[in-house]
Design a protein around this ligand. Structure first.
Ligand code: CTP
Length: 211
């Protein structure tokens, strides 16, 4: 999965986040180059569809969940690089909302499903689930919590406030985290990181298959 999701407010407005989709698209390209059959489920991005990759475009977090759950059943490896919106607007206005004559305008948000957690709850034997953790503080502690909650085999954690990491840049500074520990990686392109992620995911897959 890749990119942000969009949660509608009214017919002309939405809530979203800063995800560019670059990391997820790089992983899809890298997997396709290695001969995998790839399905890329993408939120709205400005990126070109990778050649030779089957693609499904989604808008909201709910759409992402609906597209991913059945697809994940068939996948050996699921890499969730998308940044699904955690909240949606409780009541989407059917018409364009008008200004409130200077009064504060309050939007009530309701929690979205956790897509990775839902995929984790349906995890198959010999399936590898890789998640991301975009953090601005306490990267290790926050990422470790997500590892368990979402039944992930490992997490690609990054501090999105570091220069050269995070949104809309072509590089990343990441760490691989699982129950055995943490492996810090140097600054590298998202394409290079994509291959490192696949190397590791394949090693985990092979180990499971050999059991
Ligand atoms: N994720 C998801 N569904 C959500 C939110 C996140 O599937 N509603 C997935 C992302 O694709 C990513 C991982 O969970 O692989 C971690 O995302 P992140 O935004 O860092 O974590 P959250 O679970 O949203 O936790 P928090 O917002 O509390 O940091």
């Amino acid at each position: 999965t890749a990119g942000p999701t969009r949660e509608p407010i009214d017919p002309v407005r939405y809530i979203t986040n800063k995800s560019s989709g670059k990391m997820g698209y790089a992983i899809a390209r890298a997997a396709q180059l290695r001969g995998a059959r790839v399905l890329l489920i993408s939120g709205p991005t400005a990126l070109e569809a990778p050649a030779g990759v089957e693609m499904v475009r989604v808008e909201s977090t709910k759409d992402l969940l609906d597209a991913l759950l059945p697809a994940a059943e068939q996948a050996d490896i699921v890499v969730q690089a998308a940044a699904p919106a955690d909240y949606r607007v409780a009541e989407v206005a059917p018409q364009k909302i008008k200004k409130q004559d200077g009064e504060p305008f309050v939007l009530t948000l309701t929690e979205n499903p956790d897509v990775a957690k839902a995929v984790g709850e349906n995890k198959r034997e010999n399936q590898v689930l890789v998640g991301f953790a975009a953090e601005t503080q306490a990267v290790r502690a926050n990422a470790t919590r997500k590892l368990d909650k979402k039944h992930l085999d490992f997490i690609v954690a990054n501090d999105v406030t570091k220069p050269g990491a995070g949104f809309d840049v072509d590089t990343n500074i990441a760490a691989f985290l699982d129950h055995d520990g943490i492996e810090e990686l140097p600054l590298m392109t998202k394409d290079a990181l994509a291959h490192r992620i696949l190397d590791r995911a394949l090693a985990v897959l092979r180990a499971k298959q050999a059991r």
